[in-house]
Design a binder for this molecule. Sequence first.
Ligand SMILES: C[S@@+](CC[C@H](N)C(=O)[O-])C[C@H]1O[C@@H](n2cnc3c(N)ncnc32)[C@H](O)[C@@H]1O
Ligand SMILES: [Zn+2]
Length: 581
Amino acid sequence: MTSSLGYVEPLLFLKRTQFIITSKMETSAVEFEGKTYNKITEGQATVLIPSENEVFYNPIQQFNRDMSIAAIRTWQKINADELQNNEKLKRKALKGFESSSSKGIKILEALAASGLRSLRYVKEIDNIDYILANDLSEEAVESISRNSKYNGIPEGKLRANQGDALDVLYSNRKPENQFDIIDIDPYGSAAPFIDASVQAVKSGGLLCVTCTDMAVLASNNHPETCFAKYGGVSVRSEFCHELALRLLLNAIQTSATRYQRHIVPMMSCSIDFYIRVFVRVYDSPVGAKDSIVNTGIVLNCNGCSSFKYQALGTKTCNKNNFKYHSATGPNLNSVCEICSSKLTVAGPCWISSIHNTSFAKQMYELVSESENKFFTKKRMMGMIKVIEEELEIPFHYTLSALCSAVKSGCPPIIKICSAILNAGYKVSSAHSCQCSIKTDAPTNIIWDIIRAHVNSVGKSKKIEENSISCKILSVESSTAVDFTIRKEANPESRKCKLVRYQVNPEKFWGPKSRHKTVKRKANMADLDRPQLFEKVRASPISRKEAVHQLEVFLSSSAAQTVPSGITTQLTKISKAFTESN
Ligand SMILES: C[S@@+](CC[C@H](N)C(=O)[O-])C[C@H]1O[C@@H](n2cnc3c(N)ncnc32)[C@H](O)[C@@H]1O
Ligand SMILES: [Zn+2]
């Protein structure tokens, strides 16, 4: 029986889905080996999902899968070029110790669920030796085998394995067993899998890691959990999503250095409700030493959103000899030098480059030249271009926070960016935040520019004495600010009208809960926002589920559209529930 439903909205998890970029997905009911399944096609793969939804499948993650395919193919090209030009690497690769051997690359998807991602890798990436698709769940492993068969994958190319990801990773630490690519895509935090992953990837190989626990990684709410999981503390700030990436990178780095390995981030993406990093790992005791300069703490002002960061150490070079020193300081005041408000400490976190510009350029070319390969191509091109343009400088301001600190309306961002360029500094956007301003200009220059903007449009009458706005505006500016518009202040990605920032395709866009073998009782994400508070209390679903849904909402960009009083209330509820559990 094949009753094609044609193009319908994916109903597996979402009550109402309007994909802006991912559009609609082809689904139909199909019978295979005597059972009825929902058939879902994504990219070049088709998966059969049991109609009662035994195995996790999240259609929203198509962008993640598309980006991963493009990143792995870009890595393959770069890696092949490196091997071509380096005889030592070539010899090691032939022995299978260095990425990649003549037989093709070995990929491990350690938490593979339905197997869709692995299937897409097999079909959409060339020169693969084999993929090991592992999952703890029996249903998931059955699904991987079934889908491999249904897609006609040759024997041995896609190997389904039931096991704990940690066992698989730890048992493949020997150089001859290591994988070229390891993909870690769990529910929530990837923290438990980091130590094992950095050991099971070949030198020069690529580690692809997703974390969806943004309530921990990108807020003030759970500093103790964030520290326990990632070895660093987050802070609610304009740059909290970039900080989440930097905390994860630092966690990967600290694990790698224990084994005299070091990391080089190729691309670090903040996407919707989660983060995804693509990191190369190398054997290098010397590289591991650089971790002291790659790591730092950050202080964020609670009043005006200014920030400072400082490395934990410095490195000097004398006649090709490197020497490392402890940092002096901190060269920071106990209160903000701009508005005298309290500063919150975050980190330690990764403070070096989170992307590799050459990698981003090559990935952009690959995606733009691919004809109909990626369903989310438009969004991919927008994000990769903004990443390529992003300055290699930690953290950023936002136009709205700068202007709201002085109670002023926002001017066109190009005006402020031009003033920064005219003052002799660099400026770019950050892919992780719309209307962000990333710059090497010192904080006092930024505030001189904002003061000059306020002078040009007139001061708000609402500014009270001794307020933060009053303090900022009462300072004498030391910079002659020039607002003459500069062409370079308008980046290529904006000129080309690429999809630079994705708007949430639907209300409560977010990660889905773990798969259930029984029907879910209720889905908080389906509720209208005003009903949320009452439903959390009265809901028949478990407290844990309610708190999870609440945290998902609070960490999503949808939360930014709600008056801050409401989000503060919801945060309190979430915290109270967590503490009482
Ligand atoms: C988010 S899903 C993976 C989605 C998949 N990567 C994709 O793109 O379609 C997480 C999966 O991890 C599995 N899992 C959870 N803990 C695990 C563990 N310790 N070892 C292996 N698999 C695990 C779950 O059964 C679930 O199928
Ligand atoms: Zn301040």
